[in-house]
Ligand binder design. Structure first.
Ligand code: TRP
Length: 333
């Protein structure tokens, strides 16, 4: 049986943090062992919200280094930059004629983003690009006929739309696109250390996240001041903050420390300072490894950038063959 394909993409939005890493990237790294993987850095999506051109190009190159440092391998996967494959935008146009206005209106991410503070500022607009964003995402997906698309719950609706578009297209032209299945792996969802009522997310501010390339002193400081008990929970339930710290230990595969401290918790003699110390140790040891890897890659950046360019070119050949077929089916000469 041929190896099945997996596709997923990430926006180039600054440094990867441990929430992204354990929630997605770590899973990608593991999927490489088993599947023919396509991973894209989607910079066309990044211009649907306010951005700075200089920063965008820096973030795109940095995302390449970060993914490689985290374990994405060019020998095992196709890693590509979306803007190097113009077929994505061309397919997106065609697919936009297979998607209804009403479907796009129902996208909750569009509603959230269009009402976000960032777009309330003077001089900003809710762009048509933000509205049609899910069609470009459908093009990213359908282009490569993947069997599986690993996504978080927040992207479920977009993937569902891609499946509907594929179905509508196949119904008119005969089955051509594969039905891409979501791949929901049971991944840890890390919470903000500063506010464990919220998900670890960069948009909350730097004190809410721990970056995978963060310096030791800074990691220790953030973990030290992590919110534990808020005094609102009953003594029989673990607070969100404490459970998040345990979750981090588990994600870092510190199973022995985890079991010992968990038993202490159950016996009622867990010291939060000890738990925090262990969490900080676990994160620092991971971060130090990633920092070392990234430095090696950056020291040889021309070689790596060339390799990713080549990988994008190989990926483009796949995209070109899809687009040729699609245009033929649609009757575009
Ligand atoms: N919208 C996705 C996100 O913000 C990024 C994305 C773009 C994507 N194209 C994709 C994810 C294709 C999976 C497949 O996370």
């Amino acid at each position: 049986m041929p190896i099945e394909r997996v596709l997923s993409c990430i926006q180039p939005t600054g440094e990867i943090h441990f929430g992204n890493y354990f929630g997605a990237i770590h899973n990608w790294v593991q999927l490489q062992q088993q599947y023919d993987c396509f991973f894209g850095i989607v910079n066309y999506h990044a211009i649907t919200m306010p951005y700075k051109p200089d920063q965008l190009s820096k973030d795109t190159t940095n995302m390449i280094f970060d993914l490689l440092a985290c374990g994405i391998s060019l020998d095992r996967s196709h890693l590509f930059i979306q803007s190097l494959i113009p077929e994505h935008t061309e397919l997106s146009w065609i697919l936009s004629c297979y998607c209804s206005y009403g479907e796009l209106q129902r996208m909750t991410q569009f509603k959230d983003k269009s009402e976000s503070d960032k777009l309330q500022e003077k001089g900003t607009i809710v762009s048509a690009g933000l509205f049609t964003y899910p069609i470009l995402q459908a093009a990213d997906i359908l282009m490569y006929h993947p069997a599986y698309v690993p996504v978080g719950k927040d992207q479920e609706q977009h993937l569902e739309l891609a499946r509907n578009i594929a179905q509508r297209f196949n119904h008119k032209h005969g089955t051509y696109f594969t039905d891409p299945n979501p791949l929901f792996t049971d991944v840890p969802k890390l919470l903000s250390l500063a506010d464990p009522a919220k998900k670890m997310s960069k948009s909350l501010g730097d004190n809410h996240v721990i970056r995978v390339f963060e310096e030791e002193a800074s990691i220790r400081k953030k973990v030290k001041v992590a919110v534990t008990d808020t005094g609102t929970q009953t003594s029989t339930t673990m607070s969100a903050g404490v459970s998040n710290l345990f979750e981090i230990l588990k994600a870092c595969e510190e199973t022995e420390v985890y079991s010992t401290l968990f038993k202490n918790y159950q016996d009622g003699n867990l010291k939060y300072s000890v738990l925090k110390e262990e969490v900080a140790n676990a994160l620092v040891s991971k971060a130090n490894y990633f920092i070392k890897r990234r430095k090696e890659i950056r020291d040889d950046h021309n070689t790596w950038l060339k390799k990713v360019q080549e990988s994008s070119e190989q990926t483009r050949a796949v995209a070109q063959s899809t687009l040729t077929k699609v245009k033929e089916l649609v009757g575009l000469i």
